[in-house]
Design a protein around this ligand. Sequence first.
Ligand code: F6R
Length: 614
Amino acid sequence: MCGIVAYTGSADAVPILLKGLKILEYRGYDSAGVAIQTSTGATEVLKTPGRVEELDAVVAEADLSGHTGIGHTRWATHGVVNHQNAHPHVSCDGEVALVHNGIVENYLELRAELAANGHTLTSDTDSEAVVHLIETHLKAGESLEDALLHATSRLKGAGTFVASARSQPGKIVGMRMGNAGGIVVGHSEDGNMLASDLLAVLPYTNRVVYLDSGEQSIITDTSVIYRDGNGDVIDKEVIISERTAEAAERGAFPHFMLKEIHEQSERVASAMRGRVDFENGSINLPEIPFSDEQIRNFDQVVLVGMGTSLHSAMMGATLIESFARIPAKAENASEFRYKNPVIDENTLVIAVTQSGETADTLAAMEGAGEQNAKQLAIVELDGSQATRMAHGTLLVRAGLEVAVASTKTMTNTVVCLYMLAIHMATIRGTMAPEVRKAAVGELASLPSGISSLISQEKAFKAIAESLVDCHHLLYLGRGFMFPAAMEGALKMKEIAYIHAEGYAAGEMKHGVNALISDEMPTIALAPAGHLHEKMVSNVNEVKARGGQVIAIVTEGDEIVPEIVDKVIELPAASEALSAILSLVPMQLLAYYTAVALDQDPDKPRNLAKTVTVE
Ligand code: F6R
């Protein structure tokens, strides 16, 4: 979704903003722009549909420079992708420049009111209404920070806003309203920054502050002031981020996605470091904030998430229910938020979100909080909003994920849910010690299992290349393999643009069998386990109807390879860990299919890394 970066200080703002916008590209965008306060006292706005490189060329041509500026990458919600709709937006008198991430729900009403009051609106966006509202307040003699505060008090919705005003040079104001995208404030000796994303400030500073809903940050070259929603000055603690700017480099890999797939073996090891005691066969999760008594008293667990994180949540629900014997279910956060769910203080709500900023997931958490549920966040990005809303956080430690399609964060998330399920089972006494020791011990072979799959990359590439002419694919699985099948299909859809569906194999006879033909290959997830025979029947049914089958099986399987067209072998593992392992070949299948189709797997069309609007 939209990216924001702003700088004011002693350096030239232009290269800082352009570099920041380049870094923010991974969030997904369709236009880019900057507004710079120049030495003549003017505010120059340059923007363009298309890539940051195109903006770069426009800026170079204009020979733009200045010490204060705001920049934006737009991900269109209201209004088509064109020059007028790109940000920054400016007020009628050219006084105010504004960038926005989020949605102003009552924009039609506001635009009509502003037009009736003589404002000329030049774009079709919701955001532009805000810049004209600020203009009205500035004309009444308010400071930029008060004008932004009062303008946003008229808005319905959630978003982040960053504005500058020509008559108040050297100052930039940022504000967060609700849970649609964050603002990180970067403190440095050479100037101060605001950005939608930590990564954009890391090349300059690791001293950061995250704004909470309703808060403002007013930055100049030498000062940073924080205010609450009443306009009162507040103290915020400066955090030293441990992330480095290098995390956003892709090294020798052609794409971030491939780099991130390759990192998984090492990353799952870091998810386990200090948390798994292989000697005693136990799990140690000191970050879980709930007492043993609270854990024993939970009478249900609800995991909420979206997209890939929903698939992780589905696996987590099965793990928690089967290990810790608590009724557990995964809910799509965008549905959950509008339900009237039965939850209370004995419900554990687990928000599964790598970014910690997904608008629907945060809204689901807000609702759960109102019902006094206990909340745990499972996230990659420390300091994100979900971590601040939950009672505690389990960091997945996958490392920065830049590719839009999640890979390593899902693997690590499921590993964390696996550890959590064992932790809860231990406290609740629902796992016999020898069963627990086996479940813990098995984790030791996960990194090498992932490495051995990655070493077969060439074979997966060849299979992927055989899929390029397909228009439809079916992914089938049962048990833990059902969410894995959904995830495999999602990866294929999002980066190769091939229609793919993940189905519970038992559902086939209830409709989907009608679609089977030699034109729709099936990826059948049939590893060893108590559902293997059932999957064999499903595979036979597909074959009997002329379907091609690519099967993912456990090495040594003597049945399935005999009846299918192509085989991918997983190292021997339990059903739960087989599901984690199966993600790796499916990620590589999607990746190499996208590459063979000449698509950029890192930046799939119409998708954003962090979905900060609902
Ligand atoms: C798909 C993908 C998305 C995200 C979803 C939730 O590859 O990455 O489906 O999983 O947008 O994002 P988070 O986990 O940040 O809440």
